[in-house]
Design a protein around this ligand. Structure first.
Ligand SMILES: *Cc1c(COP(=O)(O)O)cnc(C)c1O
Length: 233
């Protein structure tokens, strides 16, 4: 058994190597700890060991850990599927909502952010492998949306996020990572108001090195930091 700090040191080393191989600056790649099913104490250990941010999946866990000041010292992101009836509990409470996966949710976030008088930073989640089981914008939907993004003055799109299929073999998701990178570059090139596609959130415990090779700027890592999650509880 390794400690959380030891695991993070190993991951930092691998980020460094992958970045170097790709001719990139390792500082461009942020490490987001996917903290689902981990308690406040584990979250604090990860922050003390220098993760760049924490990502929470479920509103209930987010609310509980916010109440425990678990994220003190690091930005907190929402990375799970967000139901429109729960936006109030997330908007204004997190630094970034990474998982904006539908127009309906975007509208709900805009409405709540306007009500609070804030600008909520978000990422658009892309269903890059067009999986039926997953939410997210398709590539054509996102191209329809981005020219009109200034209609959402209380949100700012900082980039894109994707959760490609669970991969059985290394390299399997490379084509999806590369498509995401291209999409991100192409959207940025258009210089739309209110959109800055500089963040590209992709890569998890099993595939973050390939994601970095393909241009990821933020990896979301759970298992490799905290160990396997116990779903029996
Ligand atoms: C759980 C989760 C991760 C991290 O997954 P691991 O395989 O444990 O690293 C990343 N992104 C999202 C959206 C998640 O829900």
């Amino acid at each position: 058994m390794y400690t959380i700090a030891e695991n993070i040191a190993v991951i930092r080393g691998k980020i460094h190597e992958a970045a170097k191989k790709a001719g990139r600056n390792p500082k461009e790649i942020l490490l987001c700890a996917a903290t689902k099913m981990n308690d406040a104490e584990n979250v604090r250990q990860a922050i003390a060991a220098g993760v760049d941010c924490c990502g929470e999946n479920r509103v209930q866990e987010l609310t509980q850990k916010l109440g425990e000041n678990a994220y003190e010292g690091a930005p907190v992101h929402f990375i799970g599927h967000l139901q429109t009836n729960k936006v109030k509990q997330v908007v204004g409470k997190v630094d970034l909502i990474q998982s904006v996966d539908s127009l309906r949710l975007l509208e709900a976030i805009q409405k709540e952010a306007a009500k609070q008088g804030i600008c909520q930073h978000i990422l658009l989640e892309i269903n890059i492998a067009a999986e039926k089981s997953k939410s997210g914008f398709s590539v054509s939907e996102v191209w329809e949306l981005v020219p009109h993004i200034s209609q959402f003055p209380n949100v700012k799109v900082l980039g894109l996020m994707a959760i490609p299929p669970i991969c059985q073999n290394p390299g399997e998701n490379d084509k999806f990572f590369q498509e995401m990178y291209k999409l991100s570059v192409d959207i940025t090139a258009k210089k739309y108001d209110n959109i800055e596609a500089s963040v590209l959130s992709m890569g998890m415990s099993d595939d973050y090195e390939s994601a970095i090779m393909s241009g990821s700027t933020m990896i979301r890592v759970g298992t490799a930091i905290f160990g396997a999650r116990d779903y029996s509880k």
